[in-house]
Design a protein around this ligand. Structure first.
Ligand code: ADP
Ligand code: MG
Ligand code: ZN
Length: 621
């Protein structure tokens, strides 16, 4: 078999995506290879297909158990023998899997990095032909990455011990130059082929909303997207609990996920979501790595993540099938503070030495700043992200909230003057909370103790909503009228620029997105409601085709249940959509549908053919 036959037969696709072929050819020529492609671009195939063509075993290094399980599950469904070796196996299962591996049963084996240099694994690896080591999520080797894992450094140690150096390939979705250079240096790639593909995911709509009532905004969104599958990310477990509870009260079918739940509940909730039993999941960032659910139609962020890498990765879980999907971030000023706390108390960094920890922390702070700017930029949001990853966009994408909504120039001079005045007259001694409480005229013991109720600006901004005050304060920080010290007691200080603010002629203008609190009804009015769950909104389907889609979806659900796999592993929404258009009634017609390969056809093809044939008879075509 050649690479095209494998692509068709095992994966059911006719053509390689841009870059996949280059990367695969490079590996097959025996060259070290680095692929930098965004989430959903199809990195797995780039090492899986060569693994089937190379003589010897391919080891895939992957950071997470769930990631390995998902991938191995998909491979087995595609008729490829693969296994994983990690701490989720009992010692008995582990030895058994190693035994099969020794017997040459698996062309592809997923291994956790910390396993590599253990005596049992080395004993196996030193007596087997290892054709390639593929490092997935390779940014984990870099301190510049958002997800540095010291155990990834064991990869180099491991390769050094092998009698013959295998081909090395590495893949990541993080495209900053620092990370790329680190991967090449640390993994010691030999003159690698490096391929970076466009990070743009044009099917994703990006939006930022700074709203007063965050929960209300999310609920409104969900009301207009009933029956679609989506993820709602929260910053903290507490938020997950709150949001989930309120949504249940408001009548939504929703589940939750965070690290505080028992393993069992997490597994169950995750499965309910993946298997389409429950369309919505409220989760912390603990959820999602390795989740390849392709029909996620939206990812809402109830709170700003700690850096653009995390945001793009989490948001990128929407629309993996290539259909239109939405990514909306609901920002609140408090998010910055929460993230600052996360950075300071990051447990993951405990194993690092002091110097490294300080470096990592500083980089984390820089990234948080970039993330905050994303929430305030007036430029095209897509462009902002692409620039962050070192690409140049077109300034205007027409598919983000900044490109689409009209911005309002708001004169915030009065608010700014009062805030700066309050900071100045209290001798730059206090933090954000005291300043805001003062101008709002709060009657707290703290304010009285500090004598801030005597401050000339006390209560002067009583009527301005707190979120607007935070927005202006943030704006002043971004415009360098003030800064917040990084000490244990964060204090707001003025800059040279703010020295003459109350007297200057110049007005302080701020671009704020016009707040349209659209109700569920008005949004729905312009849009024909689609019954079909997860059907891409722009699919031009007749009513008949919608009925067919619905039937195929139900059939998929039954088959998935019987096989105990998630529905998208049977066929993706995109494949079902394509089926509705092609309406195949023979095997060869069915094989032209994108995502249907020989193996999938063997397993699931017949019932789908029958379903379509019956439908065609009924509708007289
Ligand atoms: P990544 O690891 O880059 O985030 P994956 O390897 O998980 O992405 O692939 C994302 C999705 O794209 C999967 O559903 C996969 O089956 C699909 N895919 C990969 N290559 C192709 C292709 N050539 N044609 C169509 N779909 C593809
Ligand atoms: Mg991947
Ligand atoms: Zn845009």
């Amino acid at each position: 078999m050649d690479k095209y036959e494998i692509l068709k037969k095992h994966f059911g696709y006719d053509t390689f995506r841009h870059a996949q072929e280059t990367l695969i050819d490079s590996i097959l020529e025996g060259k070290d290879t680095l692929g930098i492609m965004p989430t959903g671009a199809g990195k797995s195939l780039c090492y899986q297909i060569p693994a089937l063509l190379l003589e010897g075993i391919t080891l895939v290094i992957s950071p997470l158990i769930s990631l390995m399980k998902d991938q191995v599950g998909s491979l087995n469904q595609a008729g490829i023998h693969a296994a994983f070796l990690n701490s989720s196996l009992t010692p008995g299962q582990y030895m058994k899997a190693l035994g099969y591996a020794r017997a040459g049963r698996y062309p592809i084996i997923y291994v956790a990095p910390e396993r590599l240099v253990t005596p049992e694994f080395l004993d196996f690896a030193l007596h087997t032909k290892i054709a390639m080591v593929a490092v997935d999520e390779a940014h984990c080797v870099s301190q510049w990455g958002q997800d540095f894992r010291p155990s990834y450094l064991k990869i180099v140690e491991f390769i050094g011990q092998l009698p013959k150096r295998p081909i090395l390939s590495a893949f990541t979705a993080t495209a900053t130059t620092e990370v790329r250079d680190d991967i090449i240096d640390i993994l010691q790639l030999h003159d690698p082929t490096v391929m970076t593909t466009g990070f743009d995911r044009s099917n994703l709509y990006f939006g930022v909303m700074a709203v007063k009532d965050r929960y209300g905004a999310v609920r409104n969104y969900l009301e207009t997207h009933r029956e679609e599958s989506g993820i709602i990310y929260c910053l903290t477990r507490k938020h997950v609990e709150e949001v989930c509870e309120r949504l249940i009260k408001d009548g939504f079918s929703v589940t939750r996920y965070h690290a505080g739940l028992s393993d069992e509940e997490r597994r169950k909730n995750q499965d309910d979501f993946i298997y389409d039993r429950i369309p919505l999941i409220v989760a912390t960032n603990a959820f999602g790595m390795g989740i390849d659910k392709s029909n996620v139609r939206f990812v809402l962020h109830y709170g700003m993540p700690k850096n653009p890498e995390s945001y793009y990765q989490e948001a990128g879980r929407a629309g993996r099938d290539g259909g239109p999907a939405q990514c909306i971030l609901y920002y609140s000023g408090q998010d910055v503070v929460t993230n600052q706390l996360f950075i300071e108390h990051n447990q993951d960094n405990q194993e690092l030495d002091e110097v490294t920890r300080a470096i990592v922390m500083e980089r984390d702070r820089q990234r948080l700043k970039k993330m905050t700017f994303y929430c305030f930029t007036n430029e095209c949001l897509r462009d902002y992200i692409l620039q962050y990853f070192g690409e140049y966009g077109s300034n205007y994408c027409g598919n983000c909230s900044n490109c689409l909504t009209q911005f309002e120039e708001v004169d915030v001079t009065d608010i700014a003057t009062a805030l700066l005045g309050c900071i100045r007259t209290s001798h730059q001694r206090y933090g954000v909370t005291v300043i805001l409480d003062t101008v709002r005229g709060a009657r707290t013991a703290k304010i009285r103790d500090y004598g801030m109720d005597k401050n000339p600006y006390y209560g002067t901004l009583e009527k301005v909503p707190i979120y607007r005050l935070r927005q202006v304060l943030n704006h002043l920080q971004l415009q360098e009228y003030l800064f917040v010290t990084g000490d244990t007691y964060a204090v707001v200080k003025l800059t040279e620029k703010s020295a003459d603010v109350p007297d200057q002629e110049e007005r302080i203008m701020m671009k704020l997105a016009r707040e349209v609190e659209r109700t569920a009804k008005t949004q729905e009015a312009g849009k024909k409601k689609r019954k079909s769950y997860g059907l891409p909104a722009d699919t031009d389907f007749s009513e008949k085709e919608e009925t067919l889609f619905e039937r195929l979806r139900r059939l998929r659900m039954e088959l998935a249940r019987a096989a105990q796999v998630p529905p998208y592993i049977v066929f993706s929404d995109k494949t079902l959509t394509h089926m509705c258009i092609v309406k195949p009634v023979t095997k060869s017609e069915m094989l032209t549908v994108s995502g249907v390969g020989e193996y999938k056809f063997e397993k699931y093809g017949e019932p789908f053919l029958q379903c379509i044939t019956a439908f065609k008879k009924e509708t007289g075509r």
